[in-house]
Write a protein that binds this ligand. Structure first.
Ligand code: G3I
Length: 373
């Protein structure tokens, strides 16, 4: 049930335009067969509108907010067809003590998503951050062989537990540094650069049907970081490493919109890979004003419409949806307001911009959904 709070704000697209869009050939036929096509409603949610494109639209879910905030929970269900665990599937959360897994929060997220008919993006298997102390504090005393076994075991335990239930996994996250080359991490130091390919091999063994992603930030455009990822992934494809996707986190600021994102998506598609926008948000210098909100709406629109227009882009996820729980103010001093609902869960211009993109863009995904290449 939609709450009244946003009803008045959802009329940005005139009914006459809506009528024209929905009268276009093939539009009605594009609705998934199991669900009624509700995209003609002027109050349709992002989820309903994205269904017409066969594009899972998702958000990172904050475990504490899910537990304590009913309005937040309602919005997650109404607005999104995909969820990503913001923190509870990270290594420090799942295995705080060596050999002692705590699955409670991750299981809850997966079960809730399934009950709500949502897909789950798994985040994250190999990342240099949010690792358990027992691992990082014993770097020197753990042998290379033992470390390799720990990493293999972690990946296969986590992927294996959710086999068949997690559609997309971020297998390796942020392996490239901001200054070029592979990031100096515990994984690189202990295992050398081959850890990336091995992580994909181990994840694929544990769930051969999951779509396996390399994921990074500042990689939406064709630029140094995405070039380095492209070169590595091209080599993986040539040598049979089981990688399926390139994830673009898309943490942006309102004063910069990507300019070469579709070109970037297309070159990965030409390698046979899918892509996804995995962590979109668009921060701004506080205080908020109307100009910044419009600039933010424009950046969200570029991100979403770039994904919508390319069949190989198989999901669009924002890193949260309300400013109430965003990670941004804790990390970027003086910045915030990075999402499309404000702290009271009211729509900002970015929300309407995204709805308009979903309403007005011609669907490109056929009956089988996304396509590679
Ligand atoms: O674990 C403590 C918890 O016990 C305590 O109650 C709480 C109180 O503030 O702090 C908790 O830890 C915080 C954790 O989030 C869980 O809320 C950490 O201090 C905080 O640093 C951590 O931040 C997360 C950040 O990753 C860590 O790097 C953010 O929530 C999360 O949004 C962010 O997500 C990353 C993606 O995984 C990868 N890409 C970048 C993205 C943004 O940094």
């Amino acid at each position: 049930m939609l709450r009244p709070r946003r009803r008045g704000l959802r009329l940005a697209v005139p009914a006459i335009v809506l009528g024209a869009v929905l009268a276009a050939p093939g539009v009605a036929a594009a609705a998934p067969p199991h669900e009624a096509d509700t995209s003609h409603r002027t109050d349709a949610s992002l989820r309903q509108l994205a269904d017409r494109h066969r594009l899972p639209i998702g958000t990172a879910a904050d475990d504490a907010a899910l537990t304590s905030d009913a309005a937040y929970r309602e919005d997650i269900t109404t607005e999104f067809s995909s969820v990503t665990a913001e923190n509870v599937m990270k290594w420090e959360s799942l295995e705080p003590e060596r050999g002692q897994y705590d699955w409670a929060a991750a299981d809850r997220l997966v079960e809730t998503a399934e009950a709500n008919g949502q897909q789950v993006r798994g985040h994250v298997l190999i990342w240099h951050s949010q690792l358990p102390d027992w691992l990082t504090e014993n770097e020197a005393s753990i042998s290379t062989e033992e470390f390799r076994e720990i990493v293999r075991n972690h990946i296969q335990t986590v992927v294996g537990r959710y086999k068949g239930r997690i559609a997309e996994w971020d297998v390796v996250n942020e392996a490239f540094s901001d200054t070029g080359g592979l990031r100096d991490s515990i994984f690189l130091r202990k295992l050398g650069p081959g850890y990336i390919a091995d992580a994909f091999r181990w994840a694929h063994e544990a769930d051969p049907k999951a779509t396996l992603f390399y994921n990074d930030y500042s990689a939406e455009d064709v630029n140094r970081k995405s070039n380095e990822a492209y070169a590595l992934i091209k080599d993986f494809v040539a040598t049979g490493v089981p990688i399926d996707g390139f994830g673009m986190q898309a943490h942006h600021s309102a004063n910069y919109a990507p300019t070469t994102m579709r070109e970037n998506i297309q070159r990965f598609a030409a390698l046979g890979l899918v892509t996804a926008v995995t962590e979109a948000d668009v921060r701004m210098q506080l205080p908020v004003d109307g100009t910044k909100l419009q600039a933010q709406a424009n950046v969200f629109s570029v991100l979403l419409s770039s994904c919508l227009a390319e069949r190989s882009c198989i999901s669009f996820t924002s890193w949260g949806f309300t400013d109430k729980y965003s990670w941004v103010p804790n990390t970027f001093e003086g910045q915030g307001a990075a999402l499309f609902l404000d702290e009271n869960l009211q729509a900002k211009p970015a929300y309407e911009a995204m709805r308009n993109d979903l309403l007005l863009t011609e669907p490109v995904r056929g009956k089988r959904g996304h396509g590679r290449g």
